[in-house]
Design a protein around this ligand. Structure first.
Ligand code: M6R
Length: 413
């Protein structure tokens, strides 16, 4: 739409608009007139162009250094070791006293929420639950006083996520949104929130909004953590690491040709396994989702510790495993998972830190990522997964930006 106009008027449910050459009028279904002002959408026409890329998905993967920069731009106060999030100020007095939070979302946004729970546990003293929005209504969740429910959604229109926040409101929770589309239903129905400012995401497979969601969740956790247990030095360390992310993502993108070569080796395999632990367990889930949704290859994401409880039975020379094995506190455990796979002659593609010779000797292929704080690794580790999925799907001649049976916004429950 930005090709034609950047002026938007939002309609609520049960409202009617009459548009003429000279203007517009809005009324309720019962013909009661409504005054509504116009808003300006900040997206540009160039944001919705392919800009020389063969697909929107690839363009959006390559935009990530910029979209991460946009997520932190103007939001970091280095001297105070604390972020500044204007959008949550209306609820700040309540939020800073909050000890219970529920993160709700669907699909890729849910996996971002899943990483978010680990990050909140690391940086704050808040009890955090994470719920699939589509299951939220079936749970009998206990909302202690001053519970915040945070909805994560790229589109801001996902029906299940909307239904979940309506249910949470009914139960007395305060609502926050982490949303990309300004003025969308979720942004309107939450009390406050943080926008991604990632620009339009057109490819059906979410990529840049995922890393943007992870960045914003870290900002929020850091802000709350600094009011709880984190020192100034710790806050400054996180801010420094956040500022380094765009360059680090760029360095991963520079390996696109290598990742394409890895995809060429394995794209004919019909079953893949993705493994990670702790912060990178949700990245294993997201890596598998990316691969299946655009290439139609069957892939499973697992917490690596669960492998011996079932999926190990599948390992064979025709089934590649993508193992996320950064040099973090989970390193040795991931190494032993890889050894278990190799002893069953399963091919392993490792996403590992730069210069990790131990991993290199053990596995078939390595995609290197730079080092950062443990809880920021998901922002880097997901990028090779996105590119692997993209190149496998391209080699299989799939419809990358519009995969079969999928819609960009799922507006039915
Ligand atoms: O717009 P939302 O973030 O609420 O969408 C949620 C899911 O529908 C979405 O992430 C979906 O899983 C994507 N196709 C994943 O790439």
């Amino acid at each position: 739409m930005v090709r034609y106009t950047n002026k938007v008027v939002h309609l609520q449910d049960n409202e009617l608009a009459i548009l003429t050459r000279d203007g517009f009028s809005i009324s309720t279904a019962q013909a009661k007139p409504i005054q509504r002002s116009m808003e300006i959408v900040e997206w540009r026409v160039e944001d919705a162009d392919l800009d020389g890329f063969p697909h929107y998905m690839l363009k959006e993967i390559f935009e990530q250094p910029e979209t991460i920069r946009n997520a932190i731009r103007g939001r970091l106060l280095m001297g105070e070791g604390v972020p500044k999030l204007g959008g949550i100020m209306p609820v700040w007095d309540r939020l800073k006293e909050c000890h219970h939070m529920v993160l709700v979302a669907c699909g890729t946004s849910y996996y971002a929420a899943y990483v978010g729970r680990y990050v909140f546990e690391k940086l704050t003293e808040i009890d955090v639950e994470v719920e699939l929005a589509s299951e939220f209504r079936y749970r009998k969740l206990n909302f202690p006083p001053n519970t915040f429910v945070i909805a994560l959604s790229q589109s801001g229109e996902t029906a299940d996520t909307l239904a979940a926040i309506r249910e949470a409101k009914r139960k007395g929770a305060s609502l926050l949104g982490i949303v990309n589309v300004v003025g969308s239903s979720i942004s309107r129905e939450t009390e406050a929130g943080v926008y991604n400012h990632a620009g339009p995401e057109i490819g059906v497979a979410s990529t840049k909004t995922f890393t943007s969601q992870l960045t914003i969740l870290t900002l929020l956790a850091l802000l709350l953590g600094r009011h709880q247990k984190l020192s100034l030095t710790e806050g400054m360390e996180v801010i420094k690491a956040l500022q380094a992310l765009p360059e680090q993502v760029q360095s991963i993108l520079a390996q696109a040709h290598h990742i394409e070569a890895v995809a060429e080796k394995y794209y004919k395999c019909n079953n893949w396994l993705f493994l990670g632990r702790k912060y990178n367990f949700p990245i294993a889930l997201e890596g598998a989702l990316k691969l299946k949704e655009i290439s139609y290859i069957h892939a499973e994401g697992y917490a690596a510790g669960e492998m011996k409880h079932g999926p190990i039975a599948l390992i064979n020379p025709g089934m590649p495993t993508v193992a996320i094995v950064p040099r973090d506190e989970m390193y040795e455990k991931m190494i032993s998972n890889i050894q278990e796979i190799k002893s069953r002659r399963g091919p392993v593609i490792a996403i590992a830190n730069e210069g990790d010779d131990k991993v290199r000797e053990l596995v078939d292929d390595v995609i290197e990522i730079p080092s950062t704080l443990d809880f920021l690794i998901p922002i880097l580790a997901v990028v090779p997964c996105q590119l692997l999925a993209y190149y496998c799907a391209t080699l299989l001649n799939r419809d990358i930006d519009k995969p079969r049976n999928l819609a960009k916004s799922v507006t039915v429950e």
